[in-house]
Design a protein around this ligand. Structure first.
Ligand code: ATP
Length: 202
């Protein structure tokens, strides 16, 4: 799966709809300080599911919405669309019915954020799984922030192993294991409840 297009509207400094075509090969973003280069990378993280305001350099998630400027009022929503080339049909089941996959995340003030995949409402965890299976995602080590290299050099072995595991493409398995463990826990709780009821009837 290859990212082919990133579209932003009302996201941070990108108040007007802006589209970036991501072509084959290396893509460089250059521009003067403060022109929005980091905001682009944050848009990419955000559409892939980033939910930590600090990772978006904000105090709350709604801080990604254009906050207004001297000549323009604030916007009420922000939307980022990531288009993925799926011609080789590598997307996981549930997302794999078209040559092109379009993931949209939209946040509206006081109403939270929602996702769509090719026009259909989609759960955040399914979007996270899609990107985890593709060995990427909002916390992918492929997206290198300022200061991250020195963090990695000083990281504990377990954290470094995670980077290698992500590169090996097993991030999705971790997420599935986590979900299976949660289900198991719920089932155990239900069984305990059933035992209590049976005991009460005896
Ligand atoms: P540098 O080269 O200095 O790292 P940059 O090109 O990466 O800069 P960004 O940090 O992406 O620039 O963009 C910063 C700009 O985005 C600032 O002008 C800031 O005011 C603007 N900005 C950030 N959040 C919002 C928001 N919610 N609404 C409007 N503008 C915003």
């Amino acid at each position: 799966m290859r990212f082919s297009r990133l579209r932003l509207s009302g996201f941070k400094s990108f108040v007007d709809p802006t589209e970036l075509v991501i072509q084959d090969g290396l893509t460089g973003v250059v521009g003067p300080n403060g022109c929005g280069k980091s905001n682009l990378l944050e848009a990419l993280r955000w559409v892939m599911g980033e939910n930590r305001p600090t990772a978006m350099r904000g105090g709350g998630m709604e801080d990604v919405i254009f906050a207004g400027a001297a000549s323009r009022p604030a916007r009420n929503f922000a939307e980022v669309t990531l288009t993925i080339d799926n011609a080789e049909r590598l997307a996981p089941a549930g997302f794999n019915d078209a040559d092109q996959l379009e993931i949209v995340r939209r946040i509206t003030r006081d109403a939270g954020s929602a996702y769509k995949a090719n026009g259909k409402e989609t759960r955040a965890r399914d979007v996270a799984m899609l990107f985890a299976d593709a060995s990427t995602g909002s916390q992918s080590p492929a997206l290198v922030r300022q200061g991250q290299i020195s963090e990695l050099i000083n990281a504990k072995p377990k954290a470094r192993r995670r980077v290698l595991e992500d590169a090996a493409g097993i991030g999705g398995l971790y997420q599935r294991r986590h979900e299976a463990e949660l289900k198991l826990k719920n089932t155990e709780t239900n069984l305990t409840r059933v035992d209590d009821v049976v005991e009460g009837l005896a």
